[in-house]
Design a protein around this ligand. Structure first.
Ligand SMILES: [Zn+2]
Length: 345
């Protein structure tokens, strides 16, 4: 399951532009990234990795150096509401909405399985009624007309226990359920809502949901960091630069943005709030594993589950476009993603 796939033809830095001699972008000076205030939460932009053959020891040292760039402290997050969402796929999910102390965006956790519970949501609050708790979504079992107690479901007999300080005492899960499937997904309006075939975000999101639905347990942490953190407006400008011949990394650098300005420390904090400290991470991005584990590795990625594009697995399925081929090629060649198929464009 967790086999590590490497690109068969490592690419050296000086060969990495697939546009040399074609577009003129190779002559543009790369402007050093402009750090915006938003990046202070952590987003130390990681340098663009160049794939090379490192032995285990060298790889460990390299990972350690990257880990040291991560923020010392995690953001403080609080789940302010949760609701059950029946889905068109048949599987119910629990949508958790989070506030935090580093930005004013509504980050989300899409949780599969009622037994994954948020510590901050369930924490007892002074003078709070059972009706208040049910309204926030801090209940066990299922809501139904006439129900009056949040902490106990009379029909299913489920109950929750609290310690003296009003913190939920987590349920002991069977061994096989301890490590849950997790995907950290960054919002992509174009790929998820506007049917874009420039990237594979919509497909990856659907595939993550399908796998978690099948397992009955799992969590997609949905971060509101559109366009690798640069926002939708800047992403649209980057698309125009791509149509003019730049690749996705070059386009961001020309716009004075880091190649990737996302931060994953919010995701780490949300996972810890949900008690998900051992996870099977769905990703092809080795830097995401480090980033999600965080500096102190409070979250442990026990397995990496690769996300293979559908179009590579089945003819006539998935996204077929020249743009998505270029996007995936850049991920592999410029950003060190662990996908094995060489793409000819
Ligand atoms: Zn996308």
């Amino acid at each position: 399951m967790s086999q590590e796939l490497k690109h068969p033809h490592p690419i050296k830095a000086d060969q990495s532009s697939s546009f040399s001699g074609k577009s003129g972008f190779e002559n543009l000076s790369i402007i050093s990234p402009k750090l915006t205030p938003q990046t202070s939460i952590a987003s130390t932009p990681l340098p663009i990795p160049v794939l090379d053959s490192l032995n285990d020891e060298e790889q460990k040292n390299k990972d350690q150096r990257k880990r040291e760039l991560l923020p010392d402290e995690l953001p403080v997050v609080e789940c302010v509401a949760r609701a059950r969402i029946p889905t068109t796929q048949g599987q119910e999910i629990f949508l958790h909405l989070y506030s935090n102390n580093v930005d004013n965006k509504e980050h989300l956790a899409i949780v599969f399985g009622e037994r994954i519970r948020s510590k901050s949501l369930f924490k007892q609050k002074p003078n709070e009624s059972q009706a208040d708790r049910m309204t926030r979504g801090a209940y066990v079992g299922k809501l139904r007309p006439g129900r009056t107690i949040a902490d106990y479901d009379e029909i299913t007999k489920e109950t929750i226990n609290f310690d003296d300080e009003g913190n939920i005492i987590p349920e002991q899960l069977p061994e096989e359920d301890i490590a849950k499937i997790v995907r950290i997904h960054s919002e992509c309006y174009t790929g998820e809502t506007a049917w874009s075939a420039r990237c594979d975000c919509g497909e990856q999101f659907d595939e993550a949901g399908r796998l978690m639905g099948k397992a009955g347990l799992g969590c997609i942490v949905y971060l509101r960091q559109e366009g690798r953190g640069i926002g939708l407006g800047e992403k649209l400008k980057a698309y125009n630069l791509q149509d003019l011949g730049a690749d996705t990394v070059q386009a961001n650098l020309i716009l004075r943005h880091p190649a990737d300005s996302r931060s994953f420390s919010l995701a780490t904090a949300i996972l810890l709030d949900l008690g998900l400290d051992q996870i099977k991470l769905l990703t092809n991005n080795p830097d995401k594993i480090l980033a999600v584990e965080g500096k102190d590795q409070k979250v442990k990625v026990v397995e990496r589950v690769p996300m293979i594009p559908l179009a590579w697995r089945h003819a006539n399925q998935g996204i077929q476009s020249q743009e998505v081929d270029g996007y995936l090629r850049t991920k592999i060649e410029r950003m060190g993603h662990l996908l094995s198929k060489p793409i000819d464009i």
